[in-house]
Design a protein around this ligand. Structure first.
Ligand code: GDP
Ligand code: MN
Length: 382
């Protein structure tokens, strides 16, 4: 789960990382009031779950509350890389002497958290890594040993931070960022830019914070930060109905049992020249309610043209799933052509049930490949 900048900064503050004072605003008037309360120059910042807001015009300095109001009016409603701005963060403006970059993320290859620090902040880190890799200090932390203070000093020296006052503040911040990373079960904590003010004060001017979805059960406060309105309508519905669903871009709706089978179904659809509309795992069950819930979500996506059920009966019996499908089709009206492939336990019985009931829009196929070909052909015909 990605957090907005202001939410990430709340977590930063909780772990002792210095950030500027600010307020959330959802209208130009609220932005003006926030600027009045904060006093002095402020920066009006679009809150969207994507980077590069500065370049896109989503970040503006304002000297007075009137200017903040005007900038807020310009930024609200703006589209930044497909994300509509509905919220702003109004923050006390900082004077910037230097812009650094500090992050900690997972290096899956090494199976360890990876810190990166460079004095070339403010710009894209990918660009620094490509053009001047020697300017980027990288360091893995052994998760079993834990973070060691000398590692923060190593990072500072390697990145070329030579001012003792900065070294002291940045080394402290590296330790706190590791605390935040572990404490919040994060996947990424990034500060770009990490600034040094003309007075020599170091603080986080931006925040990119991603928390592991699988750990949200023990971070209810973070879970509540979720902005349900920003999610896809299908994914929102799936979350409400507790269906394992991921929206994709294509036109073939997919349902299967077991994540591995569903993933390979996506591949087969692609292989026969189609494009999957979603990932949806029915899990172990195949009861009518589960099928109804999943079909409701899949068919609410206007891009979906045809639907493929790919079921492998193991502990789940295919005849049960077939009954579930038929019952679901009685309970709801679906106009999309549906292709069903059943294999495994009681597959013959399942196929017989479907063929006997033979709803008009239902096609039974024997193999995964023929089912994929059929469903893609049906999608093309609509
Ligand atoms: P991003 O473009 O989405 O990464 O948004 P950032 O929060 O990193 O802001 C982009 C840029 O705006 C920063 O690199 C700064 O140069 C500038 N900026 C942001 N806040 C302030 C501020 O308080 N004072 C000044 N002078 N510049 C700021
Ligand atoms: Mn940034």
């Amino acid at each position: 789960m990605d957090l907005y900048e202001y939410q990430g900064k709340q977590l930063f503050a909780r772990f002792g990382i210095p950030v500027s004072e600010g307020r959330v605003a959802a209208s130009a008037e609220e932005a003006r009031a926030a600027a009045e309360e904060l006093g002095g120059p402020v920066v009006v910042k679009a809150q969207v779950l994507t980077g590069g807001r500065g370049k896109a015009g989503g970040i503006k300095l304002a000297d007075t509350p009137e200017e903040a109001e005007a900038s807020a009016g310009d930024i609200l409603g703006m589209d930044i890389r497909g994300h509509t701005v509905r919220k702003l963060w109004i923050e006390k403006a900082s004077d910037i002497a230097k812009e650094y970059y500090l992050s900690v993320t997972f290096d899956r290859g090494e199976k360890k958290p990876l810190f990166m620090l460079t004095t070339q902040g403010g710009v894209d880190i990918e660009e620094v890594a490509e053009k001047t890799p020697e300017a980027l200090a990288r360091l893995h932390v052994d998760p079993l040993v834990g973070f060691q203070p000398y590692q923060a000093r190593w990072l500072c020296f390697t990145a070329g931070l030579d001012d003792p006052n900065e070294q002291k503040q940045v080394t402290a911040m590296v330790g706190k960022l590791y605390d935040a990373f572990v404490g919040a079960d994060a996947m990424l904590c990034e500060i770009n830019p990490l600034i040094v003010t003309p007075a020599g004060e170091v603080k986080a001017l931006d925040s990119k914070f991603t928390v592991d979805d699988n750990a949200l059960f023990r971070h209810h406060d973070v879970d509540e930060m979720r902005d349900v309105e920003a999610a896809d309508p299908q994914e929102r519905l799936a979350r409400e109905k507790d269906v394992t669903y991921v929206k994709l871009e294509g036109e073939v709706g997919i349902l299967g049992n077991g994540a591995g089978l569903v993933m390979s179904t996506l591949d087969v659809i692609d292989q026969v020249g189609g494009s999957p509309a979603n990932f949806c795992d029915l899990g172990g069950g195949g009861d009518a309610q589960g099928v109804v819930d999943a079909l409701e979500i899949i068919t609410s996506d206007p891009q979906v043209k045809s639907i493929l059920f790919n079921i492998f009966g193991g502990i789940t019996r295919c005849d049960e799933v077939a009954r579930g499908i038929l019952e679901a089709l009685e309970r709801m009206t679906i106009e999309h052509p549906i292709v069903v492939r059943l294999d495994g336990t009681n597959a013959e019985e399942g196929r017989r049930l479907l063929t006997e009931a033979s709803p008009e829009n239902l096609y039974v196929e024997d193999t995964m490949l023929s089912a994929a070909e059929r469903v893609v052909e049906l999608a093309g015909a609509r």
